[in-house]
Design a binder for this molecule. Structure first.
Ligand code: ADP
Ligand code: ZN
Length: 598
């Protein structure tokens, strides 16, 4: 006999198997015990509380800080035939009345609320009148100042354990190092919680990092290879969101931008258009994506380096939620590093906090310039220690070739010495390459002996080598003096003691190879393309009619499976991943008609 949770997985969600720690978490919740779930983005955290909610008597309260995400999850649940609703500022008075009525009638299974709503007035007292089966606290890292997105309103959630001692709590997050994990337990009063840590590795995402030279050209080339695939380009400033989008548009690419400086209406319109595959690419600040639950984002590019590994990994995690191959590409430069450092230095935060932020930024930079497995870098950062290469990052796929770069190091160091330690890295490269730039000529730098000694080495290569020299301490980037390059004790050893400097070769802007991932349960390479397009049109129209994101009706993946398997009756349709009982009832006839050519 199938367990009732397996049954819910199949009939409600249309999935065959649990993923990662899902089943263990669900069983613990049903045992009435507390848990902390750490699972990467796209891992499937929602099911950990949705299935207990569905199979239990009573009401599950889901605390989430993101209104857009709450609305989408509720829409998705309703589409699955599950009674769910949300209380947040986007809900009108009339609707509120209906929701309370449903609660009183015991019809509601899940109620999504923002933390401030939950703790406001005497709402908790009101909830005490109901049979509450579970509290799920999403984005639980927000409760800790050690995390990367602290929200003071989360602190009050400790009251839940005090007021509802008998109700289990499940806290969930995609980002928490071990310090943050213990702090979450402490802040929420979860003394007896079990921690479920799933691997942070996202096997379907191939990761790559490149130097930030000529980013736009590199991006345009990349996007052309990706044809119609949906992607996000994260930029540091609002201005660059707009300018990058404009440059892509000028090349005929379907791109828009999104940032916090736009009005709410424009933002939701762009977000919807992206979710419904009408806009292919969004150039956005990190304000975008938190509330995005689009399973078929195929790539994420960081136009600028993010400020810490937590943010970076969450952002790339928005790609490939459907489990199909996806790509993440990081651009970085010393310019990015210096800008981010300035933000921290000039910020209002306390000194101890600034210290943490600086250390996190340093780690981010080390990641961007790493020559070893990048996935392991992140796993180790989050305390999941592993030495074997991942096989889906640029350094694993194409290991850097190391050579004796002492000659280049000597050129660079002499340049720095002869120019009396007054050069930025750009100016040093120009000097070495014998550039005719007026700043060099005006300052008489063209008369130095090192002028032009490195002209055979292209700019991008110099950039790559110089970064490594700085990282190795052979030169020092002096932030206290306009980021000029200075010599170090190691520079002397290179010049006078022949200390060898190993550098990795510049490999050019190589194409990211697709990662090796487990075979899909269905071979979609031979699917009926026409049928897929017809299914997509049908679904998109329906989504528009119902005013929900397209994937809430059916994911692209389910449509692809249909176009490959060509189900001819309801039983076969139920076999399709993502089609459960309710979706069969709602759409079965229409889909079968489309398949049979109707
Ligand atoms: P998270 O909140 O951890 O980022 P979600 O809960 O949004 O991830 O799940 C990501 C996607 O994976 C969703 O489309 C979800 O329906 C799907 N999913 C979750 N669990 C399973 C499963 N066991 N089998 C197939 N798909 C699943
Ligand atoms: Zn690797």
């Amino acid at each position: 006999m199938k367990s009732k949770i397996q049954q819910a997985l199949e009939t409600v969600f249309g999935y065959k198997e649990f993923r990662l720690e899902q089943e263990k978490v669900i069983n613990r919740v049903l045992d009435g015990k507390d848990s902390l779930v750490i699972m990467p983005t796209g891992g499937g955290k929602s099911l950990c509380y949705q299935i207990p909610a569905i199979v239990s008597q009573g009401l599950t309260i889901v605390v989430s800080p993101l209104i857009a995400l709450m609305n989408d999850q509720v829409a998705a649940l309703k589409e699955l035939g599950v009674e769910a609703d949300t209380l947040n500022s986007s809900v009108g008075q009339a609707e509120l009345g209906e929701i309370y009525q449903k609660m009183r009638n015991g019809e509601l299974k899940l109620l999504y609320v923002s933390p401030e709503r939950l703790m406001a007035g005497d709402f908790l007292n009101y909830l005490a009148n109901f049979n509450i089966s579970l509290f799920a606290i999403d984005e639980a890292h927000c409760v800790s100042v050690w995390g990367n997105d602290f929200r003071p309103e989360y602190i009050q959630l400790k009251a839940l354990k005090d007021s509802f001692a008998h109700v289990p709590i499940v806290a969930l997050t995609a980002t928490a190092d071990s310090t943050t994990q213990s702090d979450i337990l402490k802040q929420l009063g979860l003394d007896e919680a079990e921690i479920f840590l799933s691997s942070f590795e996202r096997k379907n995402i191939s990761v790559e990092a490149r130097s930030g030279l000529k980013r736009i050209e590199q991006i345009i080339e990349f996007v052309k290879q990706e044809k119609d695939q949906a992607g996000i380009i994260y930029c540091l400033s609002r201005k660059s969101c707009e300018s990058v989008a404009a440059k892509l548009k000028a090349k005929g690419i379907n791109a828009s931008y999104y940032h916090a400086g736009m009005n709410g209406e424009d933002r939701s319109r762009i977000q919807r258009n992206f979710q419904n595959d009408e806009v292919q690419i969004i150039c956005a600040t990190i304000a975008f994506g938190m509330g995005i639950d689009k399973p078929n984002i195929r790539w994420v590019i960081h136009y600028n380096m993010p400020k810490n590994i937590e943010g970076y990994y969450q952002e790339i995690g928005r790609a490939g939620r459907d489990g199909d191959p996806a790509k993440a590409m990081l651009f970085s430069s010393w310019g990015d590093f210096i800008n981010l450092k300035k933000f921290i230095d000039e910020g209002e935060a306390e000194d101890t906090f600034k210290k943490v932020q600086r250390a996190k930024l340093d780690r981010m930079w080390q990641y961007a310039s790493a020559v070893n497995c990048r996935t392991n870098f992140v796993l180790n950062y989050f305390g999941e220690y592993r030495a074997e290469g991942c096989g889906h990052c640029d350094n694993c796929i194409n290991p850097p070739k190391i050579f004796d770069g002492s000659t280049y190091a000597k050129m660079a160091i002499s340049g720095v010495i002869r120019a009396k330690q007054s050069l930025s890295s750009t100016l040093l490269i120009d000097l070495l390459r014998g550039s005719a730039r007026s700043e060099l000529i005006n300052r008489g730098l063209d008369r130095l002996k090192t002028f032009g000694v490195g002209r055979d080495v292209p700019l991008a290569h110099w950039n790559h080598y110089l970064t490594q020299m700085i990282n190795q301490g052979v030169l020092h980037l002096d932030f206290s003096d306009y980021s000029r390059l200075k010599t170090t004790p190691l520079s002397e050893r290179v010049l006078y003691e022949n200390l060898e400097v190993s550098l990795s070769e510049f490999e050019g802007f190589k194409k990211a190879k697709p990662p090796k991932i487990e075979k899909l349960p269905v071979d979609i390479s031979s699917m009926d393309q026409d049928l897929f397009q017809r299914l997509k049109t049908w679904r998109n129209n329906l989504a528009k009619e119902k005013n929900v994101p397209a994937y809430v009706i059916l994911s692209n993946k389910s449509l692809q499976y249909i176009a490959a398997e060509l189900p001819s009756n309801e039983q076969q349709l139920l076999e399709i991943n993502g089609i459960g009982q309710k979706k069969l009832e709602s759409f079965g006839k229409e889909i079968l008609a489309l398949v049979s050519g109707g």
